[in-house]
Design a binder for this molecule. Structure first.
Ligand SMILES: *Cc1c(COP(=O)(O)O)cnc(C)c1O
Length: 387
C-alpha cells in the first residue's frame, strides 16, 4: 500500500511561479493592472478571440455572461443537471428557471437534439459543459441557438486547451468561460476568464467587471490622472488582482506541457483499466480532437459494489478520489424546491451515472508509478468485494 496519501488533484506550482508572485507582491501594484492585462493578451493571442476578460472566478465570468445576456425573471436557461452547481445557482438567483436536460452516459455531455427539444418561447440561453476536458458537440448547438435567437455560453471550465475535431480550440469562437480554480488544468489561485468573439458584448463585460466604470483603477493610475471615470451602468466587483494574474500567466505558458503529462497518465489509466471489469472510464466524445484531461472519471458499474464503498476502499489505501458531479437536481435545495427548476424529459442517465462516477487522481506532478498504484488499489478493492 502507498505510504503517502495521493490526492485526486493538486496544482503544479514551480519555484519560478512562486518567484513571479513574490515579484508582483514587491512591485508596489498587487491588484488588477499590467499582469492582468498580460494574462488577457495571452488568452486573446492564443485563441484569436476579440476579448478575454479576467475575473475572480469561473462563476463570476458566468454571472457576467448571464447578466449581460439579460437573463431575468420568467426566462428559462437550458443546461445539464450534471454540472457544477454554480451555473444552476446563478440562473436561479437571477430569478430565471434552470431547465435541465439529460446527458449521454458515455460522455456526461448534452446532446444537441435534447437541447433543441427543450427550447420554448421563454428560453433565453443555453449553457453546455465541455465535460472533463472533452469537447461538447458545438456546431449543432450553435445552429440551435442561432435558429432560436438565444444566447449560447460554453462552460469550458474543464476545457482550457481542448481542441475540437477540425482543429478549433475551445474559446476561439463564440462566448465561453474558463476557471482558474486550483483543481482546474491551470490556476491563478482563484480566477476565471470570459472569452468572446463578440466585440460589443466583450466591452460591456469588461466594464461590468469593475463597477460599470469606463476604465479600471490601473488605467487611471497609469495615466497619472485623478479618478474621473464615471459609471456607465451599475456593475460588479469581479476584477482579478495582479498577484493572482501573474500566477495564471505563468501557468498558461505551461498549458501544453501540463496537457501532455495529463494525456500520458490518462492513456496509462485507460490501458490498465481495460482489464478491470465494471470499472469503466468514460467513452470517447466524437467532437474532441485533443482532450485536455482535466479529470479522469470512471463509472463504478458493478452489482456488488456501490461508488461510496469503492471510494472508501480507495481512501483506506491512501488514494483520494472525487465526484464530478452530484446532479444538481438531487441536491437539498433543488430537491426541496422542485417548482424552481424544470427537467426536459427524463434525467435517467444523469441519475444513474450520477451514482456511478468517480474521479481518480490525475495531475501533472503524478508519475506512472502513481497510476500503477491507483490501478492496483482499484483491483484490490474489486477483488475484495468480489470474494
Ligand atoms: C469549476 C467549475 C465552474 C466554476 O469555476 P470557479 O472558478 O470555481 O467559479 C463552473 N463550471 C464547471 C463545470 C466547473 O467545473
Amino acid at each position: 500500500m502507498r505510504s503517502e496519501f495521493l490526492p485526486f488533484a493538486q496544482p503544479s506550482i514551480s519555484e519560478e511561479d512562486v518567484a513571479a508572485v513574490a515579484d508582483t507582491l514587491r512591485s508596489g501594484w498587487i491588484t488588477t493592472g499590467a499582469k492582468c492585462a498580460e494574462l488577457e493578451d495571452a488568452f486573446r493571442n492564443r485563441l484569436g478571440c476579440h476579448h478575454a476578460v479576467a475575473v475572480t472566478s469561473g462563476t463570476a465570468a458566468m454571472h457576467l455572461a448571464l447578466y449581460a445576456s439579460g437573463i431575468g425573471p420568467g426566462d428559462e436557461v437550458i443546461t445539464p443537471s450534471m454540472t457544477w452547481v454554480s451555473t444552476p445557482n446563478l440562473i436561479t438567483m437571477a430569478g430565471a428557471t434552470p431547465v435541465f436536460v439529460d446527458v449521454d452516459p458515455e460522455t456526461l455531455m448534452v446532446s444537441p437534439d435534447a437541447v433543441a427539444a427543450a427550447v420554448t418561447d421563454r428560453t433565453r440561453a443555453v449553457i453546455p459543459v465541455d465535460f472533463a476536458g472533452a469537447a461538447v458537440d458545438m456546431a449543432p448547438l450553435r445552429s440551435v441557438a442561432a435558429d432560436q435567437g438565444v444566447a449560447l455560453v460554453e462552460d469550458a471550465a474543464h476545457a482550457i486547451g481542448t481542441i475540437r475535431q477540425g482543429g478549433e480550440e475551445v474559446g476561439s469562437m463564440g462566448t465561453a468561460i474558463f476557471s482558474l480554480h486550483p483543481i482546474k488544468t491551470i490556476t491563478s489561485g482563484e480566477g476565471g476568464v470570459l472569452v468572446t468573439d463578440d466585440s460589443e458584448f466583450g466591452s460591456r463585460i469588461k466594464r461590468l467587471r469593475f463597477h460599470g466604470l469606463g476604465v479600471d483603477a490601473w488605467s487611471r493610475g497609469q495615466q497619472g490622472r485623478s479618478p474621473q471615470a464615471e459609471v456607465l451602468e451599475p456593475g460588479f466587483k469581479y476584477n482579478l488582482p495582479d498577484m493572482n494574474a501573474v500566477l495564471g500567466l505563468r501557468q498558461f505558458a505551461r498549458l501544453d506541457e501540463f496537457i501532455a503529462q495529463r494525456t500520458s497518465l490518462a492513456n496509462r489509466y485507460r490501458e490498465l483499466l481495460a482489464e478491470v471489469p465494471g470499472i469503466e472510464p468514460l467513452g470517447d466524445a466524437a467532437a474532441t480532437q485533443r482532450h485536455s484531461w482535466h479529470l479522469f472519471i470512471v463509472r463504478v458499474a458493478r452489482e456488488d459494489m456501490d461508488r461510496e464503498s469503492f471510494m472508501n476502499a480507495l481512501k483506506q489505501r491512501n488514494i483520494g478520489s472525487g465526484v464530478h458531479f452530484r446532479p444538481t437536481h438531487t441536491q437539498a435545495w433543488y430537491a426541496e424546491n422542485s417548482g424552481r427548476w424544470r427537467a426536459h424529459g427524463s434525467l435517467e442517465n444523469t441519475e444513474r451515472v450520477g451514482q456511478q462516477i468517480c474521479s481518480l487522481p490525475l495531475f501533472p506532478g503524478m508519475t506512472e508509478l502513481d497510476v500503477d498504484e491507483v490501478v492496483a488499489a482499484v483491483c484490490d478493492t474489486v477483488a475484495e468485494v468480489a470474494s
